[in-house]
Design a protein around this ligand. Structure first.
Ligand code: GSH
Length: 221
């Protein structure tokens, strides 16, 4: 039985970020279902793993972690010798190479994620939960996301991927929210109308690891 455990539903964006990383790194893992609908992420036992009561939680031997991007960095650092070896920058690239990946992971977390999460919630999850959508929130975050993607468009005119010419953790971190926006809303043109962003999205969203995450989403809770 694999020692790496991920707790949470595969349909959660933060959980699927971790799953994509594990699959890129070819790490064996167990996905332990946690039902958000049944508030299993708020139980005292789960709060011992994730004190904020959110998914994912992660365990590997004696290590327990939360925060999907920190978990991904741990996976890359622990399993350096297997699977995709350039998620944290090309091998032997040194501090500048790694900093470039970190910089774009942070851009995702600090700039892309807030606006795209608000849109995914309003446009995908709120209707599913029979909650009222807020047009002002949608408009504000669409404007914010457009500005972020304008920066990406310029960057991706210079390099194939965000951190350079190799697919990295920075690109991977975008997959969950971008997938919902492109596949499950009418806002996909935010990505597909921009030449370089569209090319980048086509390339990163068809990676075998991400396709496998999507399959897991359709077969697990
Ligand atoms: N920054 C956290 C975000 C975790 C997060 O927001 N998880 C959501 C699901 S994608 C969740 O648990 N929502 C339920 C809740 O907050 O009660 C991470 O990246 O792990």
């Amino acid at each position: 039985m694999a020692s790496v455990k991920v707790y949470g539903p595969a349909m959660s964006t933060a959980v699927s970020r971790v799953l994509a990383c594990l699959l890129e790194k070819e790490v064996q893992f167990q996905l332990l279902p946690i039902s958000l609908a049944k508030a299993q992420h708020k139980t005292p036992d789960f709060l011992k793993l994730q004190p904020f009561g959110q998914v994912p939680a992660f365990q590997d031997e004696g290590t327990t972690l939360f925060e999907s991007r920190a978990i991904c960095r741990y996976i890359c650092d622990k399993f350096t010798g297997q699977g995709n070896k350039s998620l944290m920058g090309v091998e032997g690239g040194g501090p500048a190479e790694r900093a470039m990946v970190d910089q774009w992971v942070e851009a995702e977390a600090q700039s892309f994620n807030p606006a795209s999460t608000a849109l995914v919630f309003q446009l995908v999850f709120a209707p599913g939960m029979k909650l009222k959508q807020d047009p002002a929130v949608i408009k504000e975050n669409e404007m914010k996301l457009k500005k972020v993607l304008n920066v990406y468009e310029r960057r991706l005119g210079e390099t194939r991927f965000l951190a350079g010419d190799e697919f990295s953790l920075a690109d991977l971190c975008h997959l969950p929210n971008a997938h919902y926006l492109v596949s499950a809303t009418e806002k996909g043109q935010l990505f597909t109308s921009k030449k370089n962003v569209a090319r980048w999205w086509d390339e990163i969203s068809t990676r075998p690891a991400w396709i496998k995450v999507l399959e897991m989403r359709s077969t697990t809770v």
